[in-house]
Design a protein around this ligand. Structure first.
Ligand SMILES: [Zn+2]
Length: 272
Protein backbone atom coordinates (compact mmCIF):
# COMPACT_ATOMS: atom_id res chain seq x y z
CA UNK A 1 0.00 0.00 0.00
CA UNK A 2 1.45 3.44 -0.82
CA UNK A 3 2.36 5.09 2.47
CA UNK A 4 0.16 8.13 1.75
CA UNK A 5 -2.88 5.88 2.05
CA UNK A 6 -2.05 4.73 5.56
CA UNK A 7 -4.32 6.32 8.15
CA UNK A 8 -3.32 8.17 11.30
CA UNK A 9 -4.32 5.23 13.52
CA UNK A 10 -2.14 2.92 11.42
CA UNK A 11 0.98 4.98 10.93
CA UNK A 12 1.37 6.57 14.36
CA UNK A 13 2.18 3.27 16.16
CA UNK A 14 4.62 2.48 13.33
CA UNK A 15 6.29 5.89 13.73
CA UNK A 16 6.89 5.11 17.40
CA UNK A 17 8.71 1.94 16.34
CA UNK A 18 10.84 3.90 13.87
CA UNK A 19 9.31 2.22 10.81
CA UNK A 20 10.20 3.88 7.52
CA UNK A 21 6.83 3.41 5.80
CA UNK A 22 4.97 4.94 8.75
CA UNK A 23 7.27 7.95 8.80
CA UNK A 24 6.84 8.36 5.07
CA UNK A 25 3.07 8.54 5.63
CA UNK A 26 3.53 10.96 8.55
CA UNK A 27 5.74 13.30 6.51
CA UNK A 28 3.65 13.01 3.35
CA UNK A 29 0.54 14.12 5.24
CA UNK A 30 1.90 16.47 7.88
CA UNK A 31 4.88 18.27 6.31
CA UNK A 32 2.58 20.49 4.20
CA UNK A 33 0.49 21.31 7.29
CA UNK A 34 3.56 22.25 9.35
CA UNK A 35 4.85 24.54 6.61
CA UNK A 36 1.48 26.25 6.20
CA UNK A 37 1.43 26.87 9.96
CA UNK A 38 4.95 28.32 9.83
CA UNK A 39 3.91 30.54 6.90
CA UNK A 40 1.08 31.99 8.96
CA UNK A 41 2.67 32.19 12.42
CA UNK A 42 6.35 32.66 11.62
CA UNK A 43 6.31 34.44 8.24
CA UNK A 44 9.72 36.03 8.77
CA UNK A 45 11.37 32.63 9.11
CA UNK A 46 12.01 31.90 5.44
CA UNK A 47 12.03 28.56 3.67
CA UNK A 48 15.47 27.21 4.63
CA UNK A 49 15.12 28.20 8.29
CA UNK A 50 11.68 26.57 8.31
CA UNK A 51 13.08 23.33 6.93
CA UNK A 52 15.87 23.33 9.47
CA UNK A 53 13.38 24.00 12.29
CA UNK A 54 11.20 21.10 11.17
CA UNK A 55 14.18 18.72 10.96
CA UNK A 56 15.13 19.75 14.52
CA UNK A 57 11.50 19.23 15.58
CA UNK A 58 11.55 15.70 14.13
CA UNK A 59 14.76 14.93 16.01
CA UNK A 60 13.26 16.27 19.22
CA UNK A 61 10.08 14.24 18.70
CA UNK A 62 12.02 11.04 18.18
CA UNK A 63 14.64 11.50 20.93
CA UNK A 64 14.66 8.97 23.76
CA UNK A 65 12.66 6.38 21.90
CA UNK A 66 10.04 8.88 20.61
CA UNK A 67 9.28 10.15 24.11
CA UNK A 68 7.76 13.51 23.00
CA UNK A 69 5.76 11.95 20.19
CA UNK A 70 4.27 9.44 22.64
CA UNK A 71 3.13 12.33 24.84
CA UNK A 72 0.86 13.77 22.12
CA UNK A 73 -2.86 13.07 21.98
CA UNK A 74 -3.36 9.69 20.30
CA UNK A 75 -7.16 9.46 20.31
CA UNK A 76 -7.80 11.26 17.08
CA UNK A 77 -5.85 12.94 14.35
CA UNK A 78 -7.09 16.49 14.84
CA UNK A 79 -6.23 16.51 18.54
CA UNK A 80 -2.83 15.11 17.65
CA UNK A 81 -2.34 17.91 15.11
CA UNK A 82 -3.16 20.55 17.74
CA UNK A 83 -0.36 19.10 19.90
CA UNK A 84 1.97 19.06 16.89
CA UNK A 85 1.12 22.70 16.13
CA UNK A 86 1.88 23.75 19.73
CA UNK A 87 5.17 21.86 19.69
CA UNK A 88 6.41 23.31 16.40
CA UNK A 89 5.35 26.88 17.24
CA UNK A 90 7.05 26.67 20.65
CA UNK A 91 10.24 25.69 18.83
CA UNK A 92 9.78 28.65 16.47
CA UNK A 93 9.42 30.93 19.50
CA UNK A 94 12.68 29.59 20.95
CA UNK A 95 14.35 30.04 17.57
CA UNK A 96 13.34 33.71 17.52
CA UNK A 97 14.69 34.14 21.02
CA UNK A 98 11.24 34.94 22.36
CA UNK A 99 10.72 34.69 26.07
CA UNK A 100 7.55 32.90 27.10
CA UNK A 101 6.41 34.32 30.37
CA UNK A 102 4.95 37.74 30.17
CA UNK A 103 2.23 37.76 27.57
CA UNK A 104 -0.20 39.61 29.84
CA UNK A 105 -0.33 42.70 27.63
CA UNK A 106 -1.30 40.79 24.51
CA UNK A 107 -3.73 38.60 26.47
CA UNK A 108 -5.47 41.74 27.80
CA UNK A 109 -5.61 43.14 24.29
CA UNK A 110 -7.19 39.98 22.86
CA UNK A 111 -9.71 39.90 25.72
CA UNK A 112 -10.71 43.50 25.00
CA UNK A 113 -11.19 42.68 21.32
CA UNK A 114 -13.43 39.64 21.84
CA UNK A 115 -15.29 40.44 25.04
CA UNK A 116 -19.06 40.22 24.70
CA UNK A 117 -18.91 39.10 21.05
CA UNK A 118 -20.66 35.97 19.82
CA UNK A 119 -18.49 32.89 19.49
CA UNK A 120 -18.56 32.97 15.68
CA UNK A 121 -16.98 36.44 15.82
CA UNK A 122 -14.47 35.50 18.51
CA UNK A 123 -12.90 32.68 16.51
CA UNK A 124 -12.60 34.94 13.45
CA UNK A 125 -10.96 37.73 15.47
CA UNK A 126 -8.55 35.31 17.13
CA UNK A 127 -7.37 33.70 13.88
CA UNK A 128 -7.13 37.12 12.22
CA UNK A 129 -4.90 38.43 15.02
CA UNK A 130 -2.81 35.26 14.61
CA UNK A 131 -2.04 36.05 10.98
CA UNK A 132 -4.93 34.89 8.76
CA UNK A 133 -6.21 37.41 6.23
CA UNK A 134 -9.99 37.80 5.85
CA UNK A 135 -9.81 35.92 2.53
CA UNK A 136 -7.89 33.02 4.09
CA UNK A 137 -10.40 32.90 6.95
CA UNK A 138 -13.34 32.53 4.59
CA UNK A 139 -11.63 29.39 3.34
CA UNK A 140 -10.40 27.99 6.66
CA UNK A 141 -13.69 28.51 8.48
CA UNK A 142 -15.88 28.01 5.40
CA UNK A 143 -17.74 31.27 6.01
CA UNK A 144 -19.32 33.88 3.76
CA UNK A 145 -17.24 37.07 3.31
CA UNK A 146 -20.02 39.13 4.90
CA UNK A 147 -19.74 37.30 8.24
CA UNK A 148 -15.94 37.59 8.31
CA UNK A 149 -16.16 41.30 7.48
CA UNK A 150 -18.82 41.85 10.13
CA UNK A 151 -16.79 40.10 12.85
CA UNK A 152 -13.66 42.08 12.07
CA UNK A 153 -15.53 45.34 11.74
CA UNK A 154 -17.32 44.86 15.03
CA UNK A 155 -14.06 44.66 16.95
CA UNK A 156 -12.86 48.04 15.69
CA UNK A 157 -13.03 50.53 18.48
CA UNK A 158 -11.51 48.17 21.03
CA UNK A 159 -8.31 49.17 22.78
CA UNK A 160 -5.39 49.89 20.45
CA UNK A 161 -2.97 47.00 20.01
CA UNK A 162 0.03 46.94 22.35
CA UNK A 163 3.33 47.79 20.72
CA UNK A 164 4.53 44.65 19.05
CA UNK A 165 1.26 43.62 17.47
CA UNK A 166 1.09 44.79 13.89
CA UNK A 167 4.83 45.44 13.74
CA UNK A 168 7.86 43.34 12.83
CA UNK A 169 7.75 41.74 16.26
CA UNK A 170 4.12 40.75 15.93
CA UNK A 171 4.72 37.10 15.03
CA UNK A 172 6.87 36.61 18.14
CA UNK A 173 4.27 38.37 20.29
CA UNK A 174 1.62 36.01 18.98
CA UNK A 175 3.78 32.92 19.56
CA UNK A 176 4.25 34.09 23.16
CA UNK A 177 0.50 34.54 23.43
CA UNK A 178 -0.15 31.00 22.14
CA UNK A 179 2.40 29.53 24.53
CA UNK A 180 0.84 31.27 27.51
CA UNK A 181 -2.75 30.50 26.57
CA UNK A 182 -1.93 26.78 26.09
CA UNK A 183 -0.71 26.64 29.66
CA UNK A 184 -3.86 28.33 31.01
CA UNK A 185 -6.10 25.25 31.07
CA UNK A 186 -8.43 25.32 34.09
CA UNK A 187 -10.33 22.52 35.89
CA UNK A 188 -13.55 23.92 34.35
CA UNK A 189 -12.33 23.49 30.77
CA UNK A 190 -14.27 20.78 28.90
CA UNK A 191 -12.18 17.92 27.44
CA UNK A 192 -10.98 18.60 23.89
CA UNK A 193 -13.02 15.60 22.73
CA UNK A 194 -16.19 17.65 23.33
CA UNK A 195 -14.98 20.33 20.92
CA UNK A 196 -14.19 17.71 18.29
CA UNK A 197 -17.69 16.29 18.69
CA UNK A 198 -19.22 19.77 18.39
CA UNK A 199 -17.23 20.31 15.20
CA UNK A 200 -18.54 17.02 13.84
CA UNK A 201 -22.11 17.86 14.83
CA UNK A 202 -22.28 14.94 17.24
CA UNK A 203 -23.27 16.83 20.39
CA UNK A 204 -26.79 17.64 21.54
CA UNK A 205 -27.61 21.26 22.41
CA UNK A 206 -27.75 20.11 26.04
CA UNK A 207 -23.98 19.45 26.01
CA UNK A 208 -23.14 22.00 23.36
CA UNK A 209 -24.54 25.12 24.99
CA UNK A 210 -22.43 25.02 28.19
CA UNK A 211 -19.26 24.17 26.22
CA UNK A 212 -19.84 27.06 23.79
CA UNK A 213 -20.67 29.42 26.61
CA UNK A 214 -17.46 28.42 28.39
CA UNK A 215 -15.47 29.02 25.21
CA UNK A 216 -16.60 32.64 24.92
CA UNK A 217 -15.14 33.30 28.39
CA UNK A 218 -12.02 31.12 28.25
CA UNK A 219 -9.16 32.04 25.92
CA UNK A 220 -7.55 28.64 26.36
CA UNK A 221 -10.65 26.84 25.05
CA UNK A 222 -11.35 29.42 22.35
CA UNK A 223 -7.82 28.84 21.09
CA UNK A 224 -8.31 25.05 21.18
CA UNK A 225 -11.52 25.49 19.20
CA UNK A 226 -9.96 27.82 16.63
CA UNK A 227 -6.96 25.46 16.25
CA UNK A 228 -9.31 22.57 15.72
CA UNK A 229 -11.10 24.41 12.90
CA UNK A 230 -7.72 25.35 11.50
CA UNK A 231 -6.10 21.89 11.48
CA UNK A 232 -9.34 20.34 10.22
CA UNK A 233 -9.21 22.66 7.24
CA UNK A 234 -5.46 22.23 6.66
CA UNK A 235 -5.82 18.44 6.75
CA UNK A 236 -8.39 18.64 3.97
CA UNK A 237 -6.85 21.42 1.89
CA UNK A 238 -3.11 20.72 1.82
CA UNK A 239 -1.63 18.61 -0.96
CA UNK A 240 0.59 15.69 0.11
CA UNK A 241 4.36 16.14 0.09
CA UNK A 242 5.87 14.81 -3.17
CA UNK A 243 7.90 11.60 -2.68
CA UNK A 244 11.14 13.16 -3.90
CA UNK A 245 11.08 15.65 -1.02
CA UNK A 246 10.84 13.00 1.69
CA UNK A 247 14.49 12.08 2.05
CA UNK A 248 15.73 15.32 3.60
CA UNK A 249 13.33 14.79 6.51
CA UNK A 250 13.62 11.00 6.77
CA UNK A 251 17.34 11.50 7.32
CA UNK A 252 16.57 13.45 10.52
CA UNK A 253 14.81 10.41 12.00
CA UNK A 254 16.18 7.29 13.67
CA UNK A 255 14.57 4.97 11.16
CA UNK A 256 14.93 1.24 11.50
CA UNK A 257 15.68 0.47 7.86
CA UNK A 258 14.70 -2.85 6.35
CA UNK A 259 18.37 -3.60 5.77
CA UNK A 260 19.25 -2.93 9.39
CA UNK A 261 16.34 -5.07 10.57
CA UNK A 262 17.38 -7.88 8.29
CA UNK A 263 21.00 -7.60 9.40
CA UNK A 264 20.03 -7.87 13.04
CA UNK A 265 17.79 -10.85 12.28
CA UNK A 266 20.63 -12.54 10.41
CA UNK A 267 22.93 -11.70 13.28
CA UNK A 268 20.59 -13.39 15.73
CA UNK A 269 20.25 -16.40 13.47
CA UNK A 270 24.00 -16.73 13.25
CA UNK A 271 24.37 -16.19 16.97
CA UNK A 272 26.20 -12.88 16.59
ZN1 LIG B 1 -11.54 26.60 29.14
Amino acid sequence: MPSRNLTFQTFLPGCEKGEADSWRAFLTNYNPIVFRLLDVYAPQMGEEAGKSLWRDALQALSAENFHRLRGFDHQAEREFLIDLKGFVLDLALQRFGGAPGDASQIIDHVRSRIEGRPMAHQEIILLNLGGYSPEALEKVLVLPPTLVAKALESSVGAEPAPSGLGSARSAITWLEFLHEVHAERTPDCPPRRIFVRILDGQVSWYDKTPAEKHMTRCLHCLEVWASLREVDSLRRETAPLPDDELSEYLSALPIATATAARASWMGKLLGR
